[in-house]
Design a protein around this ligand. Structure first.
Ligand code: GLY
Length: 365
């Protein structure tokens, strides 16, 4: 493993108080899970998807070997895990095992599982500790960090949930070895977003060597993960509950969520974010905010990765309706995050409907 075997720790704070938990990034860092659970835990519920059954068993042995009492809870794959039924099943299993406030939950999987596990921990006995072990690139750079937890309902995604920061996050890059390449590349859509809103070195790294950026064990990808986590860590330290700068993390997401809804969640989130970044770059340009050369930077970085930059041209009414339901809106006022310059995000409130549609035409196929 050589130099790759070292662990990097990025501290995340809460409400401006620094260092409340660490995100540990590196190859083989899953070995640190018992230490991350701390000394209080006795029973540990390891919530994992069906596809990670083998890894669940490995973690089970790892925890049992140090005297902990693990309880494996297998849940459906992907968004199918984020249901009231699965949540109720988890509560039942914790109750039957006699889980107390000194016990802990581990979320082992991608963003859907860590969202669910976080909400199980937030709601059990009004809150027990959770350690998030992310196994996807998207989860490492986004969902596992920052304490947003929740489930979906028939009316929409993430409508029920809580802010419940983890006590530790583990990003073992070895998990990326078996991640489908398309999922790895899509995860980089969120990394590009971090580059645009806060850390332009991310864009340089991707454009200088896109092949390394998409190779699971490269130093470049590790650097990208660390930089994206550092961006998120800084933002959520200052604004856990999204009353200010955390909104900037939603750059490109209003249109992306629209695409996801219109496509009935068959698109990878990172691919929808890629198109969403192009849309909002064009919107910012039409509003006289985003300079044309910065729009070109969006195209270049996303293009280097082969991520989509255009979307079908016959979906405007459905997209507009979906964007109208975005959580950033206030009353009838639509709000977007736009860039006034590289790493200078700001808010655009109430753009004209004709401008919204024109931005769509500019990225339509
Ligand atoms: N995914 C955006 C956030 O965590 O705020």
């Amino acid at each position: 493993m050589g130099e790759n075997s070292t662990a990097t720790r990025i501290a995340v704070g809460i409400d401006g108080q620094p260092g409340r938990y660490d995100v540990t990034i590196g190859h083989g860092v899953l070995a640190g899970l018992p230490e991350a659970l701390g000394e209080k835990a006795t029973r540990v519920a390891v919530i994992h998807p069906r596809t990670l059954r083998a890894l669940g068993r490995t973690v089970n042995q790892q925890l049992a070997a140090v005297g902990l009492r693990p309880l494996l809870i297998e849940v459906p794959d992907g968004e199918n895990a984020k249901t009231a039924e699965t949540l109720t099943m988890c509560w039942a299993l914790l109750g039957q095992a006699g889980f107390t406030r000194s016990d802990a939950v581990v979320g082992l999987g991608g963003g859907a599982v860590t969202d669910l596990a976080g909400f199980v921990a937030a709601s059990w006995l009004r809150g027990v500790p959770v350690v998030q072990v992310s196994t996807t690139l998207l989860g490492m750079v986004d969902a596992a960090v920052g304490g947003k937890t929740g489930i979906n309902t028939a009316e929409g995604k993430n409508l029920v949930g809580a802010f419940h920061p983890p006590s530790a996050v583990i990003c073992d890059l070895d998990a990326l070895r078996t991640l489908p390449h398309a999922d790895l590349v899509a995860g980089l859509g969120e990394v590009v977003k971090c580059g645009l809103i806060a850390d332009p070195v991310i864009l340089d790294l991707i454009q200088d060597d896109p092949s390394a950026a998409t190779t699971w064990d490269s130093g470049v990808l590790r650097d990208l993960v660390q930089r994206a986590v550092a961006v998120k860590a800084k933002v959520v330290t200052n604004d856990l509950k999204e009353s200010g700068e955390r909104e900037f993390l939603n750059y490109g997401h209003t249109f992306a969520h629209g695409v996801e809804q219109v496509e009935q969640y068959t698109w990878r989130h990172g691919e929808a974010v890629s198109v969403g970044l192009m849309y909002v770059a064009r919107l910012g340009e039409l509003a006289g905010r985003t300079p044309p050369e910065l729009v070109a930077r969006h195209t270049a970085a996303l293009g280097a990765l082969g991520l989509p930059r255009t979307y079908r041209g016959d979906r405007w009414p459905a997209l507009l309706a979906a964007m109208g339901r975005d959580k950033k809106n206030r009353g009838d006022l639509m709000r977007f995050i736009v860039l006034d310059d590289l790493a200078k995000p700001g808010r655009l409130e109430g753009p004209e409907p004709s401008m919204l549609e024109e931005a769509y035409r500019l990225i339509s196929e």
